[in-house]
Design a protein around this ligand. Sequence first.
Ligand code: NAP
Length: 367
Amino acid sequence: MIGRYIIFASVHLFVTFSTLKILSIILPCSVTCYCSCAANFLLCLFVAILTFGFTKKRGLNDKIQPSYKAVLITGCDTGFGNALAKQLDTKGFHVFASCLSKNSPGADDLRKSCSDRLKVLEMDVTKDESVKDAVQFVKYNLGTCVLWAVVNNAGIQKGFTTELSRMQDFKDTMEVNAFGPVRVTKAFLPLLKQSKGRVINVASVAGRLPMAHSASYAMSKHACVGFSKSIRLELDVWGIQVISIEPAFFKTPLADPENISKRIDESFEHIDEDIRNDYGDAYFKKFKEKCHHLFGLSFYTSNIHFVIDDIETAVSVQYPDTVYTPCGSIFILIFIKCAQLVPDHLQILFLKFFSNFVGFPKPIKAN
Ligand SMILES: NC(=O)c1ccc[n+]([C@@H]2O[C@H](COP(=O)([O-])OP(=O)(O)OC[C@H]3O[C@@H](n4cnc5c(N)ncnc54)[C@H](OP(=O)(O)O)[C@@H]3O)[C@@H](O)[C@H]2O)c1
């Protein structure tokens, strides 16, 4: 190991000094003269940080041994959680796959298709008692293992256009997506402190970008990203790492067009007559059609392995990134990264353009 550190330190120094040398050759003399000692130092530091980060991640990022390491995942009934439980099981981890209902088809499937290392348990992340019972279950079944990682994956999406959605949609979404990770992380921290393990929060690109017609979801995921950023600083003293997974668009039950249509009907069921008149009946029909079409588009990919592989990496490499943004398409990833980097007013233009491109309807009385 020491040998490899020396090799990588040498590569890192070589790249840093070569870059500086090349810059001093290609930059015109007037610029080089301007490059005072301070500027050279800053440039050197910048390149050094970049190359060290790169070489460390590529060369020294060994995988940890899964034996005697347990991983707790929330929301394993369907989607990412279910697939992740299976993948980590095949890699040799001891998986605690928590499901909203332990009798759900997804829970049955896990019991049938996985090794006997995997244990299915019931946990509703919105209920203190349920989370407490889950902690007892994990403690009782850990045996000689340590709890290495908690993956806060459970999530819901309720509520669309804010004025038309119920207050309850906002509360429910916050309760699962924002307070759920807090409740579960707090409950399992004593075990994670023993293992110096990691907390992995499944947020979303909606945790960094505003999303029209999905404010409840976006605010819950912004809260989740904020939670990860803050506890990362707090838990460092315990040797616990915090990783945020921020997927883009994937075909799972959460983003299924039929499920979305049902949730729109539920959300828009009890709208005041005055508000309904402001929007006009055509709005509701067209909005539903647009959402159905949007969630059915091919940029919602079924290749959820992008997400599952990133979470597996976050669980199993020695030096995980702080943030992963799994995405099915390089173009969408570039769009997302650009939208995140540009100043606010440009970002708003960007997203308005996207909204117009999708063709969301306008309320009849809006000018
Ligand atoms: N799909 C995407 O494009 C996408 C993009 C970005 C982020 N995400 C995030 O990824 C995570 C997984 O979502 P997914 O796409 O795999 O959707 P999913 O298939 O609907 O998975 C979410 C799971 O959470 C469970 N759940 C709901 N409420 C719960 C509660 N109170 N306690 C415990 N579990 C609960 C659901 O159980 P039931 O099936 O019984 O309701 C479901 O199994 C979510 O946090 C989601 O926000 C998804």
